[in-house]
Design a binder for this molecule. Sequence first.
Ligand SMILES: [Zn+2]
Length: 338
Amino acid sequence: MARRKICDGDVFIVFDLEWNQPIPGKEYNIDVSSLTGEIIEIGAVKLIYTGGRLIPHGEFSRDIRPKVYRKLHFHVKKVTHKSNADLLNGVPFEEAYTDFAEFCGEDAVLAGWGNSDTDMLKMNLAFLGMDDKLPWKFIDVQPLFSLFAGQDGKQRSVEFAVDYYDIPKEEVFHSATADAKYTARIMQSIFERSAQDKVEDAASDQIIDCNIKREYSHTGAPCRTQAQALSLVSGFNSKCPFCGRKFNVKTPLFRIRKSSYGLFECPNDGDFFGRTRVKKNGEGLYYAAAVLRLANQNDIFLIESKKAEFDRFGTSGRPVEKSEQIINKKCQKDDNSY
Ligand SMILES: [Zn+2]
């Protein structure tokens, strides 16, 4: 995958989406897993890279009238402050997306906070039978912020970053249009406050093709022992899922409790983060679930901190307090449901 180097005249479209969700227990005449969220707002700000700075060049905002999930999910209602009546004022998604594509132009790089928005955009396009291949590249601003603001790979919120850079809070958070504006201000601040070559390199490195699959998973067959279960999926971490080349091992797999971690490098495609978890099925047998994904800065920090934990405490990991254990259990549950 060729890395794209940032240069003068490059167009960045900082965008954000709001989507509605199916209401649990309600019957829909579609398979809800094919549309886990229906987009109800697109907000965007155009920034053009000029002499080391990102200069604003127009804004975009559309409210969209949903076709399937027409009643707001209580959580969406609470977070976005929208009402069911507001939804009726929107335009059809097809029209909003056509306008958005025109606003972006052909060679733009989309920028967002986290990478869930491009996936949601593609899901909505596919659901409506439209071409779901996005004609743009993508950069995730969140790990870039984490890197330049010394956040050690922590996933911070837009509001945290707004506070960090003292950006005035002129609008209410959690509308797509307001969050796109805030994210644009954050991205501008990262570029303004950092050495030009350093931020150019880091940002260029993180521009990806949002149409390629970034994450691969593999689940092994059930076995009697944890070691057998792990050995069944060990080959999964040996070569690049994109081009098939053999990986160079940067951090060999090491195990903390039920998870193994490793960092691998493909000469073509860059660093990959690997994590394998051993689980137990209903019959008491062990099986391993492995995930391999293009590593972002957060993954690299995660590997570093887990490796430090392993070096100090070994496979049993850092001893946890009882109250902490309960929290961990809950987090793991949330994590697994993803
Ligand atoms: Zn490769």
